[in-house]
Write a protein that binds this ligand. Structure first.
Ligand SMILES: [Fe+2]
Ligand SMILES: [Fe+2]
Length: 384
């Protein structure tokens, strides 16, 4: 198992293996040499000396300094101007900067601190003091790097944990859907096709990618409530009478009860689809007789996908309808059973739908209990 423990204090992993980079800027080569000498005595520090503040600024824009020491009075850019320009660079915004000035002027010191200097030293400099202050700034930098590493480690952990939760959620859903499949004739391929059709419709409706994905993942559970329907009715080898059909209709409510009340967005969507996939646009569906946009869009989408697949699939009691007839059925029921926009979207994606249909055929080995079924074709259109 890879070590996923967080970065600890002490050495700076990665960055600390290399020496810290200290940028020294002074137009006086003697001071620069002195600084190089003083700081060179510190362990693990590499000094980059610049006589020209513009060159130092250009280097800092393209690289990552760890500490910057700058003179105040320089041709071109003053120390304060250099600090102001450096602080505008995102990656240098927090790098510790010390300014060294020959003037004892208080106003200059305050100006430098206001521009973003962390420390101001007055010349003549004293080696021990420069070293001590540089060490402090290096410690600040080490802390910054460690914090950045810890936060990216945490981000990665959160991302990993979220992905694991999402994968488990998907798995739970698939297993639940599988349990429902064992109850009747609907096959694994039916569930896959309905999910794919639902996604195609969502895409054509220009729903956001996240919503397309939710539909795709939640649609397989639309009939999970069949688990709660007694075998004597669900597996009845003859036509269903009205009372029995009323019991069958309860699979929507039962599905909603099984899936509802979860904090997971996917299960919430699945509960909504289970409850509403048999509602009809004209209000004549079940269980609530909702109409039009009272029916959640997800339910309207799955109603089209589920019915189309029930019609074009073979059942023990009926042959598969030729696709042309099923497409015509959708069109004839625009505004009656189905949301016109969902039907238009599906018809617009006809080639994709046909591809899905031939890519996921039912196989002989699939399907629930083999039995004679004499329910009317209308039952297939209901997609129960
Ligand atoms: Fe179905
Ligand atoms: Fe159903």
């Amino acid at each position: 198992m890879p070590d996923r423990s967080p970065p600890e204090g002490g050495a700076i992993p990665g960055a600390a293996a290399a020496a810290a980079t200290l940028v020294a800027v002074d137009d006086d080569p003697i001071v620069l040499e002195l600084l190089r000498h003083i700081i060179g005595e510190l362990a693990d520090v590499q000094v980059l000396a610049f006589g020209d503040p513009e060159a130092a600024l250009a280097w800092c824009r393209a690289n990552e300094p760890d500490v910057i020491i700058t003179d105040y009075q320089m041709p071109g850019l003053s120390g304060t101007e250099l600090i102001t320009a450096l602080r505008r660079e995102r990656h240098v915004a927090d790098v510790p900067i010390m300014m060294i000035t020959a003037t004892g002027d208080r106003a200059v010191r305050i100006e430098a601190l206001n521009a973003g200097a962390n420390d101001v030293l007055t010349k003549p400099i004293e080696a021990a003091e420069v070293r001590a202050r540089t060490k402090n700034m290096l410690a600040i930098r080490r802390g910054q790097r460690l914090m950045a590493q810890r936060s990216s480690w945490l981000e990665e952990e959160v991302r990993r944990a979220t992905a694991a939760i999402a994968a488990r959620e998907r798995e739970t859903i698939l297993r639940l859907s599988k349990a429902a499949e064992y109850r009747d004739w609907e096959t694994g391929s039916h569930i896959v096709r309905v999910s794919l059709y639902a996604r195609v419709i969502a895409k054509r409706l220009s729903l956001p990618a996240a919503e397309q994905d939710i539909l795709f993942q939640a649609a397989p559970m639309h009939d999970v409530g069949k688990i709660g329907i007694p075998d004597s009715i669900l597996l009845k080898p003859g036509a269903l009478d009205e009372a029995e059909f009323d019991v069958i209709k309860q699979h929507t409510v039962i599905g909603n009860q099984i899936l509802g009340g979860s904090a997971a967005e996917l299960l919430q969507a699945a509960a909504e689809i289970a409850l509403t996939h048999h509602e009809r646009f004209d209000g004549s569906g079940y269980p609530m007789q909702s109409a039009g946009e009272q029916i959640p869009l997800r339910g309207r989408v799955v109603a089209v996908a589920d019915t189309f697949d029930a019609l074009t699939s073979q059942r023990p009691y009926k042959a598969a309808w030729p696709p042309a007839l099923a497409w015509a059925f959708l069109e004839q029921n625009v505004g009656l059973r189905f949301d016109p926009a969902c039907v238009a979207a599906f018809i617009g994606a006809q080639p994709e739908a046909e591809e899905i249909r031939s890519a996921f055929p039912d196989t002989a080995a699939e399907g629930g209990p083999q039995r004679q079924w004499s329910a009317p074709i209308a039952a297939a259109a209901d997609g129960i």
